[in-house]
Structure formats: C-alpha cells, structure tokens
Design a protein around this ligand. Structure first.
Ligand code: SGN
Ligand code: CA
Length: 504
C-alpha cells in the first residue's frame, strides 16, 4: 500500500510546483492502469443455494455462471457479516464500519450521513463510480457519478428506479427487476468514461421475500423435489428463549397468499383474513401478458393444492417445496445476470483488468430449524457466500480465510491505491487473494457480530457475539420478559476502538 510522502515545506512547494507538474503528468501516463471493480451483491442469497458450495439443495438447481466465477477465482468458505440484515449490511459495505460506528443498526433510519462513503473516496481517487439496483438506505446515494436505484426494498415486476438523471423521481420500468438491473449495469459499462477506472456495484433485489420469479422460469424445477433439511421439524425444545420466541417459521409465519402465492385464498386456514396480502405479492404490477403466463403456471398448481386439503407433515413439506422452488427460480435469473456481465467483460477486453466480487448482503435459512429469513448469528444467516475473481490469479481455489463484510471497503481502497481511513477495522483482502486464498499470518482470530432490530418482524432477540473459526459466544438480550430499551446495550459509543484491538 502506498504511503503519503513527508510534507514539503510551503516555500519550497511554491518554487518547485511548476517544475513538478510535467513530472506528475509523466508519472500518471506511465503508471500501471488501476484495476476496475465490480461488486455483485444479491439480497438474501444463501450459500446453500449456490452450487459452487456443493450443498445438496443447489446440486439440483445449479448456478453455472457463479460456478464459472469460482472456477476462475476463489471461493471463500468462512465469509461473514457483522449484522445480518440488509440496511446495516449495506451501510457496512459503503462505510467499512460496524453498525455502531455508522449508526445503521436496524432496518429503518440510522445512517450517519456525515461519515465518508467508500464511493466518495474512490471517486476522489479518480474512479468513475456507479451503483444499480437495491440501495435500501434512508439517504441519497453518496459518491456516485451514475446510479439507478430501486425504491426501498424494490419491486420484482415493473420496478421503479430513481437515477442520476431522474431529478429525484422514481420512474417505473417495464420488466423484471433482475433483468432491468442487469440492463442498467451493462448500460453503464457501455457508456462509462473509458479514461477512468470504474467501480460498479450491481445490487439485486432477488432473491428477497416474497420470491417472485421471472415469467421465463415459472415452470423451472416444478418436477424437482428438493431435499428437506434433517432439522426441518425442530421444536427447539433443547434451545434457549431466542429460538423459541422467533417468528420466522415456514409452518406458521409464511402466509399462503403472500409468500406461497396461493392467490385463490383470501383467508388463512385459521380463518384470519388477509385482504391486502394478494396485492402485496406484486402480481398486480405485472402486464397482462405476464399475468396470463403466471395464471397458466400457478393456477392449476394452486387448484390441485387446494383440492388436496393437505394437513400436518404433508402441508409443511408442500410449503417447503413451494418456497424453495420460487427462491431458486429467482436465483436462476441472478445467475443469468452474472453470466451476462462476465460475457460483457470478455467481449470488451475488460476481464483482464477487472476484479469481480460476488456476494450477498447476508445468509438465509432454507428450512433449517423450520425457518426462513436470517438475523441470527447462527451459521446459516451469519455466513454469506463470497467468490472473488482476480485477474491473473489462479482459479478453482477455496479459501478458509476468516473474512467479514467490513473487509470490502478496505479491499476496494487497496485496489485503487488509497490508504484506508484508520476508523475502518476491516482488512484488505488483496494479500489473501494474491496468496491463493491463504490467510496471512497476522490476521483476525475473532470476529464481532451485533443484531439490534427488535421490536420488529420475525421477533429475533437482540444479540451480540464473538466468533472464531470454530465457536461462537452469543449473548441474547432484550427478551420478552425484559423491557426493551432501544439499543441501550450498545450505547457505549467509542468502545469499538477497544474492540478493534481485541479483534486484530
Ligand atoms: C421485509 C420482509 C421480512 C424481512 C425484512 C428484512 N417482510 O420486511 O421478511 O426480514 O424485509 O429483509 S415482507 O413482508 O415485506 O416481505 S432485508 O433483506 O431487507 O434485511
Ligand atoms: Ca437481505
């Protein structure tokens, strides 16, 4: 990493400047071209559903383009987040800071906009910066020359985008979110400033709840029976309060009409009405042709399901299959998107000078313990898929380096030759990448995690914890019987400095 030279005395600077100018220009000309960066991030993509990771689920729903990236790069098996929720994870990506440093602890408000974003640092260093897709922070995109971002969580069909050109307005676009986001990414690559290196963030909405596939893939996997996890029927009798009070079960917390798309029902089997859920699932955002395709695919399936009057274990297994099929259909479109971007790099001479990163904003439950969603510091949600292809590097490598989403900002700054601000406690991954995925000797042994979003949907208790590569020590607090003082536990601002010392 470069270091700033010692300051030149002011008087000398005045005299020396004219002489230095041509030298600086010459240096610029001869300087090696800095690498471009593409950060592709999905929303809620579990490592179980990315076939390069080899999980039984993904073996039946392969992701060939993501696997290509892994075969040409490094698959990270010990990659984690610091707070398993979208907005905090994105804030961490943009600032390189823990939630308690950047203020974004929960899904809603929070981000401290006075904090410098990595996009600003990259732009100042001469990069052209762009972001497309899910932004999901309650502040404007900061430090971007070019952006097309979704509103809030975004919509699967006819998604609305705000752009650097739209004057603050959200404009609906015909089509499917994953495909529209890819089109905007390619459009940026086509029209970028070729005199500058670029950093492009491609942030998909998929496969976020409620898992609405492209009309291309409505029939995909319909004949496949996916493997049900052994612990799908967990009753949590041997577990603590947090596992018992959560509300993220496929059994009770998924609704037929919204999550599982059984449109004909306007009441749950319990008799509870769900009048608005049908509209919420986004079918009303489809054009008539797409809607007709949808009806043709799901109509007969739903009819058969309703007539079969499933109960108990059979019903639970039907729910699992419907959930997982829709989720994996969404992933298929994301995989196509990765393929399109790689193809663009190949055909435009960019593959040799672009680092490509594929990851998710966190992990996700695919029925383990009977759950969907994330939030917990347990492995399925704490861990996130991560693949990095570095030009000139070997392919097909597997890394067990202990890495966290705090490391993205330092990595991209390192690629750009910019010194990391001291408050960022993550580490550049370039030393790991350049040594074939090997964890350097002096590296973090422990990592810190903190989840704060309670009260909220899914009722996961607040908790923080420390993990090493084998064990986790998790501390739940703010339980049902304890009065919940919003984020009281973490009001010890400034304590990160101490933590940083302990971690590294
Ligand atoms: C929505 C979902 C939740 C999900 C959060 C956070 N409900 O609120 O199931 O946990 O997003 O997801 S929904 O009824 O609106 O689909 S995150 O990925 O943004 O963190
Ligand atoms: Ca997410």
């Amino acid at each position: 990493m470069e270091h700033l030279p010692n300051p030149i005395p002011y008087g000398l600077l005045l005299v020396a400047l004219p002489a230095l100018a041509p030298m600086a220009a010459a240096q610029q000309k001869d300087a090696p071209k800095r690498m471009n960066i593409i950060h592709i991030m999905t929303d809620d993509h579990s490592y179980q559903a990315l076939s390069a990771y080899g999980h039984p689920l993904s073996r039946q729903a392969p992701t060939p383009n993501m696997d290509r990236l892994a075969s040409e790069g490094i698959r990270f098996d010990k990659a984690y987040v610091e707070n398993s929720l979208s907005t905090p994870s994105r804030a961490c990506l943009m600032t390189g800071l823990y939630s308690h440093q950047n203020g974004q602890r929960t899904l809603g408000k929070g981000i401290d906009t006075t904090v410098t974003f990595v996009s600003e640092l990259l732009r100042n260093a001469g990069y052209q910066t762009a972001i497309v897709g899910k932004w999901h922070m309650q502040c404007e995109p900061k430090g971007f020359d070019w952006f097309y971002v979704l509103r809030g969580q975004g919509e699967y069909y006819t998604p609305t985008f705000k752009s650097h050109l739209s004057g603050g307005e959200y404009i609906p676009e015909e089509g499917y979110a994953t495909e529209r986001i890819t089109a905007h990414a390619i459009d940026f690559l086509e029209h970028r400033d070729t005199d500058k290196p670029f950093c492009l963030y491609v942030h998909h909405k998929a496969p976020h709840r409620n898992w609405m596939p492209s009309t291309k893939y409505l029939d995909l996997y319909e004949d496949v029976t996916f493997p049900i996890p052994d612990n799908y029927y967990d009753t949590w009798s041997d577990k603590g309060e947090a596992a018992k009070v959560q509300r993220m079960t496929i059994d009770k917390d998924m609704t037929l009409i919204y999550d599982l798309k059984v449109e004909e029902l306007d009441v749950e089997p319990t008799g509870a009405p769900h009048p608005k859920r049908a509209l919420l699932n986004g079918l009303n955002r489809m054009d008539s042709v797409s809607r007709a395709k949808w009806e043709a695919a799901y109509g007969p399936r739903n009819q058969a399901f309703l007539e079969s009057n499933l109960e108990g274990k059979e019903l639970l297994e039907w729910k699992f299959q419907r959930y997982v099929r829709d989720y994996l259909r969404c992933i298929r479109s994301v995989d196509d998107s990765v393929g399109e971007i790689l193809e663009y790099l190949d055909t435009h001479g960019l593959a040799d000078n672009t680092i490509v990163v594929y990851t998710s904003d966190q992990g996700f439950y695919m029925g383990e313990h009977g759950w969907f969603d994330k939030r917990f510091m347990y492995e399925e949600s704490f861990r996130t898929p991560l693949i990095i292809r570095y030009p000139g590097g070997k392919g097909g490598l597997v890394s067990n380096a202990f890495v966290q989403n705090l490391d993205f900002a330092p990595t991209y700054l390192d690629v750009a030759g910019v010194d990391k601000p001291k408050e960022m406690s993550g580490r550049s991954l370039l030393p790991v990448i350049k040594h074939s995925g090997k964890q350097p000797l002096r590296w973090r042994k422990y990592m810190y995690y903190h989840y704060y979003d309670l009260p909220s949907e899914h009722n996961v208790l607040k908790h923080d914890g420390v993990a090493d590569k084998r064990f986790k020590l998790i501390h739940f607090y703010g339980g049902e019987n304890v009065s919940i003082r919003a984020n009281a536990y973490c009001s010890r601002e400034g304590s990160w400095l101490h933590l940083q010392k302990v971690m590294l």
